[in-house]
Design a protein around this ligand. Structure first.
Ligand code: NAP
Length: 474
């Protein structure tokens, strides 16, 4: 079954019918209960489509676990996990360079702290709203659990668009946001990091204001810091590198490798750039990447230094890549998934890989899809890919390298230590291998070999729900 099932409770399609016939009354009652739980989530969280989508996917995976361990239902573990522990929304007033007053909205959803302090990024993007932050926070619970590290799940952000803003404007915005956020976060409470629109520059301004207000150099209160002020090596690269390691492990499990494989990576931000870097190092050839204005194809393999120069140094459009490479072309209509590849890595944003994109990937012989972004593949597209035999790595497993390395940054901050690049990268690579096998083995254990979506959801859910049970009804 796939995360595209309309009903979350069945375990899906033909298999659900088969299970129902096999197990009779027990299966029906599990289905009804899961249906009621999902309906309740819909009723209590109206107009939050992305959150509904994320909950549906997780609930849609849990039937086999619940059949085996009905205690999760009796203890209402599912209902509890779907309800954030705390949701904070606040006004962020600031002045732009012309002196005009601007008002944005800040959000922090502290979803679950059974495994450790809340942990999850901040996103600055005009599309940010409560439903998007809740979907990201919900995903983060299971992702963080899959890393095996002691971190809970949270997410936050603001409907602020840093694009086209001066450094001074970004600083004033970050300072205003932190003037409220500081009272909710801390090394033992909630540890935000970056996400879309929040890189090292923003983390610096946020950390500076936190330090000023609290009068504490509490490095462990934020991750994604610069190396000279408490940051960790490989954090910048971690999500992209981790994704490449995960994709390599998916191929290795199929007794093959990235060597000589043609790869398409959507986006050209933090995740995409470092995924490209590591894919190239591991022998793959990335032939396309994108931004919101279109995609660039370079059949000879992308020149990564040029991509970095355009996107990281000049904060420019990816189309300018073609000003420097005569064989490359920029395409503004169609989809990046039209570019033939064996490995597809969606690394831009949620719901960017549609059902049409999935059909095209299948037609062009794509072998694996691994998600660098959070929930970039639409549910129906996941179904198409899985049914066609394309191996699918869900984001909550495949992009967990970023948050895992954030947890390593917290460890270094706590021990006032600083690890080498090679040691940190080795830890990251081991973590990604462990996550892959945790998903694979769980899928196998629950009778769905190779289904990494269900494997990830069951393994992540089980770890959190068991910890919640141990901590009592809190
Ligand atoms: P980022 O640095 O802001 O980059 C996002 C990139 O995607 C930009 O190149 C952006 O283009 C492009 N993009 C956005 N929407 C697009 C669309 N509809 N079509 C084509 N391109 C589009 O963000 P990021 O940190 O790389 O994060 C990307 C995704 O990974 C998000 O889903 C995020 O939640 C997830 N993620 C990030 C991390 C992390 O450590 N950063 C960890 C786990 C998951 P423009 O330049 O035109 O804006």
């Amino acid at each position: 079954m796939h995360r595209g099932a309309h009903r979350p409770y069945t375990g899906g399609g033909d298999e659900a019918v088969r299970c129902a016939a096999d197990t009779g009354r027990m299966q029906v009652s599990t289905q009804e209960t899961l249906e009621r739980i999902f309906d309740d989530v819909l009723r209590r969280n109206p107009a939050e489509a992305e959150f509904h989508q994320a909950v549906r996917e997780v609930l849609g995976s849990l039937a086999p676990l619940i059949e085996k361990h009905p205690g999760y239902l009796e203890r209402k573990s599912l209902e509890r996990i779907c309800e954030p522990e705390r949701q904070i929304m606040f006004r962020v007033p600031w002045q732009d360079d012309t002196g005009e007053v601007q008002i944005n909205r800040g959000v922090r959803v502290e979803f679950n702290s059974a495994l450790g302090p809340y942990k999850g990024g901040l996103r600055f993007h005009p599309s940010v709203n409560l439903g998007i932050v809740k979907f990201l926070g919900f995903e983060q619970i299971f992702k963080n659990a899959l890393t095996g590290m002691p971190i809970g799940g949270a997410k936050g952000g603001a409907d602020f668009d840093p694009k086209g803003r001066s450094d001074a404007e970004v600083m004033r915005f970050c300072q205003s946001l932190m003037t409220e956020l500081y009272r909710h976060i801390g090394e033992y409470t909630d540890v935000p990091a970056g996400d879309t629109g929040v890189g090292q520059r923003e983390i610096g301004f946020l950390f500076g204001q936190y330090k000023r207000i609290t009068n504490r150099y509490e490095s462990g209160a934020l991750t994604g810091k610069g190396m000279s002020w408490g940051g960790a090596r490989v954090r910048t690269e971690a999500t992209g590198y981790g994704l490449a390691f995960f994709a390599a492990e998916m191929l290795k499990a199929q007794k093959t490798s990235l060597e000589g494989r043609s790869v398409v990576v959507s986006g050209s931000g933090n995740v995409a750039i470092y995924a490209i870097e590591k894919i190239h190092e591991l022998g793959g050839k990335v032939v396309a990447c994108s931004d919101t204005d279109g995609y660039v194809v370079d059949e000879n393999g992308l020149n990564l230094e040029l991509v970095k120069d355009v996107k990281e140094r000049h904060r420019d459009r990816i189309s300018t890549y073609c000003d420097h490479v005569s064989t490359a072309r920029h395409v503004t209509d169609g989809s990046i998934w039209d570019v033939p590849c064996q490995v597809a890595l969606p690394c831009a944003t949620q719901n960017e890989l549609t059902i049409d994109g999935a059909y095209t990937l299948v037609k062009n012989g794509c072998e694996i899809v691994a998600e660098g972004a959070n929930m970039p593949t639409m549910p129906e597209a996941v179904t198409v890919l899985q049914e066609a035999g394309v191996r699918f790595g869900p984001g909550k497993a495949a992009n967990a390298g970023g948050v895992a390395t954030s947890a390593l940054e917290m460890q270094q901050n706590a021990s006032r230590d600083s690890w080498t690049h090679d040691y940190t990268e080795e830890r990251l690579s081991e973590l990604m291998r462990d996550i892959y096998w945790r998903c694979e083995e769980t899928a196998e254990e629950y009778g769905m070999p190779q289904d990494l979506v269900r494997g990830a959801n069951i393994a992540g859910f089980k770890r959190v729900a068991d910890a919640m049970h141990a901590l009592g009804l809190v």
